[in-house]
Design a protein around this ligand. Structure first.
Ligand code: URA
Length: 216
């Protein structure tokens, strides 16, 4: 049976993440508490790969990056560069739509302390692979952070030394449907912006490069 691009809501693959999901379901019964599905345009040419849902962000709202600080910056930047329509309001019912763009995560379930293990990313990788394969127009991938970068390379069948992660780096790769360009950015986490590792201007520059590459 081919793997679908989205895991089932009761995905059993990672024991630690299943245990965390069950504990969260007991502690926060109103939260989504399941693998968070990718969000956006099913015919996207641009795919953003994040790390994993935040406990009180995507794991609460059921939409990637929605409800936490990283999402405030990501959705504002998408709107500024014309990749989204509507006004982001930090919940899945805010009516925001993405234009030619989709957001997914390397690991679909919330991990303890926001830190997925390598084995968990490996278990989740067939879903990332199926996600890439389900986007026939895919031309640009934005990896938010090194873990997303490494998982994108592995998903496309590359060794990790095929492209070094660096903020603003670009690499031309073969995707499931032809050429794709991988763009890197530091993750738009509160930690990275608070410490000055990532500024809004640095994030803007990456989206501007993607917009130019896609000739939009
Ligand atoms: N929310 C997500 O969905 N992914 C991240 O990487 C961070 C926050």
């Amino acid at each position: 049976m081919p793997v679908p691009p989205e895991p089932p809501l009761d995905c059993p693959l990672c024991p630690r993440l299943v245990a965390f999901r069950e504990a969260n379901a007991a502690a926060y019964p109103s939260f989504f508490n399941a693998p968070v599905p990718s969000f956006g345009d099913p015919d996207a040419e641009f795919l953003i790969v994040g790390l994993a849902p935040g406990l009180k962000g995507a794991n609460q709202t059921g939409r990637p990056f929605t409800g936490d600080y990283a999402g405030d910056l990501l959705y504002a930047t998408l709107e500024k560069h014309g990749f989204s329509r509507g006004t982001y309001a930090a919940h899945a019912g805010d009516g925001v739509t993405l234009d030619g763009t989709m957001i997914t995560n390397a690991v679909r379930c919330v991990p303890p302390q926001n830190k997925p293990e390598t084995a968990e990313a490996n278990q989740c990788r067939p879903y990332l692979e199926a996600r890439f394969a389900a986007l026939p127009r895919l031309k640009a991938i934005l990896a938010l952070g090194k873990i997303a970068h490494d998982n994108t390379l592995k998903t496309l069948g590359y060794k990790l030394n095929a492209a070094t992660f660096a903020h603003g780096a670009e690499a031309d790769l073969d995707g499931p449907h032809g050429k794709v360009r991988l763009f890197d950015s530091y993750h738009c986490s509160r930690y990275n912006t608070n410490t000055g590792r990532l500024t809004e201007a640095m994030f803007d520059d990456v989206f501007e490069a993607i917009r130019r590459y896609l000739a939009r």
